[in-house]
Design a protein around this ligand. Structure first.
Ligand code: FAD
Ligand code: FES
Length: 282
């Protein structure tokens, strides 16, 4: 059981949670995740550790409602308990110190930049965070990220805030902008299509690029094979070998196909939850 001590709506479908989890907070590193279960018999879902406070013994997560389980998580409020929170799981993001690290976040992936930027700035790296969203209303955590990095770049598709265009366009400008602006490494966390586009943006210039893969996961411990991704032509399990991989070696075609394998079942699960919610509200 883990007690929720703070919640905030970030967008109509995205919610911020701070949770009491002292053991996880004591050893969490950027890039790792937890597995959550909200009810007995329910499925476990992987959620990135967005940040942690070792002194307070808390972790921060940001959850986007996309289906049955994320909807149940987002229905929880301050003072509620999450049945199981297991972690930290997966490997952490490993980048040699002393360079310019650029973190690119889209959707809930922007949250994972919090601990990444904080830790890398603290050890003396130059850090740039690029946040992207369709419009200003969907941007999350810009104010929280600003003091944690050297530069914050905001991109919106409609130009309602910051640079008008995609994160990939802004990243390409930085790469072409000379030694002062060019990152030595890029970490992209967000929708698969965005991470694929980032991989293509940095491929020719050979800027070291990591992507945080989010395949379907069942156990999160390397036992079920559900989270298989193809990297450099070899099968890897994102929960134990990742979730971060060299973007230029990931087979995104396979990854995107596998993530759509259970669309029918996921729709049925969401219908069941909606039906239960209607019954309970009567
Ligand atoms: C390592 C890792 C870290 C993650 N971190 C976060 C996070 O910090 N915040 C967050 O909100 N979500 C995160 N996710 C995704 C999250 O686990 C899924 O959205 C969740 O499992 C969906 O469960 P559901 O029952 O609500 O929806 P489902 O009914 O399972 O799915 C609903 C829809 O979402 C799509 N979907 C399901 N799982 C994924 C996935 N893994 N990636 C992309 N699309 C998916 C389905 O194809 C379907 O269209 C992460 C996934 C991984 C693997
Ligand atoms: S989730 Fe089962 S092997 Fe990774």
């Amino acid at each position: 059981m883990a007690r929720i001590i703070e919640t905030r709506r970030l967008t109509p479908v995205t919610k911020y949670f701070r949770i009491e989890a002292p053991l996880i907070a004591s050893s969490a590193r950027p890039g790792q995740f937890v597995m959550l279960r909200v009810r007995e018999g329910g499925e476990r879902i992987p959620i990135t550790i967005a940040d942690y406070d070792r002194q307070l013994g808390t972790i921060t997560i940001v959850v986007q409602e996309v289906g049955a389980t994320t909807r149940m998580v987002c229905a929880l409020g301050t003072g509620d308990d999450i049945l199981d929170v297991a972690g930290p799981l997966g490997g952490h993001i490993d980048i040699a110190p002393g360079g310019h690290v650029c973190g690119v976040g889209g959707g809930f992936g922007s949250a994972a930049l919090l601990c990444l930027m904080r830790e890398f700035t603290a050890r003396g790296d130059r850090t740039t965070a690029i946040l992207g969203a369709r419009n200003k209303e969907l941007l999350i955590l810009a104010d929280e990220l600003r003091p944690l990095c050297t530069h914050l770049e905001i991109c919106t598709d409609d130009g309602s805030a910051g640079f008008r265009g995609f994160v990939t366009q802004r990243l390409a400008q930085l790469i072409e902008g000379g030694a002062e602006r060019r990152p030595d490494s890029v970490v992209a966390i967000g929708p698969m299509a965005m991470m694929r586009a980032i991989a293509e943006t940095t491929r020719a210039s050979k800027v070291k690029t990591l992507v945080s893969m989010d395949p379907l996961m069942v156990d999160g411990t390397g036992m079920c094979g559900g989270c298989r991704v193809t990297v450099a032509g070899k099968a890897k399990f994102a929960c134990v070998d990742g979730p971060c991989f060299d973007a230029h070696e990931v087979d995104f075609d396979v990854a995107m196909r596998r993530n759509k394998a259970y669309v029918q079942e996921e729709k049925q699960a969401l219908d069941r939850v909606a039906c239960l919610e209607r019954r309970e509200s009567r």
